[in-house]
Design a protein around this ligand. Sequence first.
Ligand SMILES: *[C@@H]1O[C@H](CO)[C@@H](O)[C@H](O)[C@H]1NC(C)=O
Length: 298
Amino acid sequence: MAKLKGIRSLLVLGFVAAAFLAVVCHAAEFPVTFDANFVVTSDGNHAQVLDGGQVVNLALVEYSTATFASKSSYLFGSIGFNIKLAPGNTAGTVTTFFLASSGDAHDELDFEFLGNVSGQPYSLQTNVYAHGVGNREQRINLWFDPTAEFHSYTLRWTRELITFYVDNTPIRVFRNNEAIGVPYLNSQAMPILAAVWDGSTWATQGGKYPINWAYQPFVASYQGFGVDGCLVLNDDISYCATGPVDAWWNAQHYQYLTPEQITTLKYVQSNYVYYDYCNDKVRYPIVPPECVKNWYGS
Ligand SMILES: *[C@@H]1O[C@H](CO)[C@@H](O)[C@H](O)[C@H]1NC(C)=O
């Protein structure tokens, strides 16, 4: 039953994709609206669905986190949003979207934008939890002002490789290193969650600058509510975990970065990454195994 439903939803996805392509040739985009895949999970006053579901504004105000979540869970796919961050003094705020499974040995993939005092740049922190083990933070400086325009932030999650993208530029990879004993995210379905919340104790310069509520509300806008991933129905992961062979996330060329992408990733790593757990000798006197064999996906 679940399998049948999975196939049916895949067919529907395929049909929608074909329709989308057909439309793109002739006319403007045909966006998926918020309600198709997501629901507001906080007080509706602080999460506003606008423009017929094409934009959602999450507003953090004192004592009230703003959140939305996907209706379904996914295992593999391309997942992300176009986001415009709150401007001004955003010290102590964390604007995020992430995927997280439930249970003890949970999996999680995070995009976290850490606010800053006026005039100082946001940091983008990413993190990966595999079977309950996280503490894999990496932080970068963005090469643009993320409060001025929408930019795309995307996770491409396939059987062998997880790639974090900023505007189609790969900024980080986490590859399947099960062969050397590192758990990989391939057995737990994850919903997609988004939030703007209070990270006063840690987010900005180590917690030195907590939120100054005089600057509330802190409003981030999200767009892009299509999800190109394997939908898990009735908690049955078998369909996504094993097949289908013709799904793009199983295609060989999505299991590796191209040589051009590797060059770009190296450039980002050496010019924009300012913290990487892989290089943190205090936390990790022994370099974590995935750090030794991570970049190239080979
Ligand atoms: C905030 O700005 C300071 C000074 O430019 C910088 O060192 C820091 O990395 C920025 N980001 C965060 C999250 O503190």
